[in-house]
Design a protein. Sequence first.
Length: 598
Amino acid sequence: MTLPIRNVAIIAHVDHGKTTLVDALLKQAGTFREGEDVPTCVMDSNDLERERGITILSKNTAVRYKDTLINIVDTPGHADFGGEVERVLGMVDGCLLIVDANEGPMPQTRFVLKKALEKGLRPIVLVNKIDRPQADPHGAIDKVLDLFLELGADDDQCDFPYLFASGLSGFAIEQLEDERVDMKPLFDAFLRHVPPPVGDPEKPLQLQVTTLDYSDYLGRIVIGRIHNGTLRMGQQAALLRENGDIVKAKITKLMGFEGLKRIDVETASAGMIVAVAGFADANIGETIADPEQPQALPLIKVDEPTLQMTFWVNDSPFAGQEGTFVTSRQLRDRLLRELETNVALRVEETDSPDRMLVSGRGELHLGILIETMRREGYEFQVSQPQVIYREVNGQPCEPYETLVLDVPEESVGGCIERLGQRKAEMQDMQIGSNGRGQLEFVIPARGLIGFRGEFMRLTRGEGIMNHSFLDYRPIVGEIEARRNGVLISFEEGVATFYAMKNAEDRGVFFIKPGVKVYKGMIVGEHNRQQDLDLNVCKTKALTNHRASGGDELVQLQAPVEMSLERALEYIGPDELLEITPETIRMRKMANAKKLAKR
């Protein structure tokens, strides 16, 4: 294929319509044949992505428009998946920044946009969802310009082209009064404003590995952009390893992208994004080069993990009853396999063979890994997430985050007070005409652990909370933990209505009657600061006397539903979260033993 090429990344905040817009572009380009049943969010192929409505893994597709091949890369919008974003931006020459016409740029917009501007990309701005009530397209453009200036964009980047669109309705326009027909104005903008890839097909080969995939037939598949040279099916090439080693191998499969499919190609030249098989040990950031003139490209720098937790083999009384993979060897092999494709993850051995220390970019990053393993049939336990400290210029430092809250006006005071106790510093506060306040804070990542549940109570479930990594700063003092104590079962058995009704005034429960419990399992939250042991399996003594009120209908208050993310934030330093394919349980560590240190 010798078509002209444009390589474009699409970046946006979570839920600003990025994946839906890609659906509209694919339909416009004729990717789907007439009458074909077209799924929504076609790029979000992972079950978790569809359920949560977020993009976790970067993916690329290619469409043809006016005899030009446009490679479109869909990137994650959440800062926890920064490892994906970093790599993708190295493959492209331009980017499309999507912002909601009502909300404008949000915290994760800031994170991904900062990465794009640092790489010298000049974004095209697309204001999406303009057909919604309360949309303010021009206001969104003004906010984007303010953000560009705040992030240090140069004059050329600040003079960005912009369009208006609705991904759901399938149209893009240059001016608000234009006729709303199709997505062609956006395709034309790609051709006008995204530069063609630089690179010389005659120079020695250089391809940088940016994504890894795996096939049972082909083994490891590396995906990346050819920066220089030409790649041919069956040729010899050299892999330049991070440690300086050079490994020679044969290209056993060469594939390009067409729509949502990979297609076999015989040759590919500079500027193209391709998938290559033949390098079993290739890793992210390494270079595939000409074996006669090997020249490495600069390694890709990825943000380091800021949060860690210990993964344990499940040793609860119910261990092995619900999972398929339960041994320490199976757990270790699965975590090490995750390292092959999850570039922002770190896995380290501890002094105990049944525990592994896993580090990631945030609670969502680690939570997605846990949920994925759970669905695959793994059974294990995890500890409370802890921040990773680092020494900077000889001074111990901890990670800080930028936190933005969107809350009802009556909740503003309570949020400011609680965040002050968690060592947060307010940077900005604005109260809108809609009766909601936007608060911006800088806060130690430690202060955010366990805050989400408290935040939802403060705002009665109406608050929106977003945060992204800022930098490392000197450690502040102790952060007071304000969680109440927990209700702990001191007997193994089945929870009964009778026992739970009698203990209802002690706190709130996380379980329902009929649930199996064991000694040390956390069944609820106490009304007071200290923990309380309960017998939730106690049954009513049977007598031959009928109670006078026996026919009255007695109800138990609804239990608090503990999702995986909520439970991860809730557990304390002496507690564990037991994960099985069927159940999530919180428990106290046996004998209150502490975590193994690195």
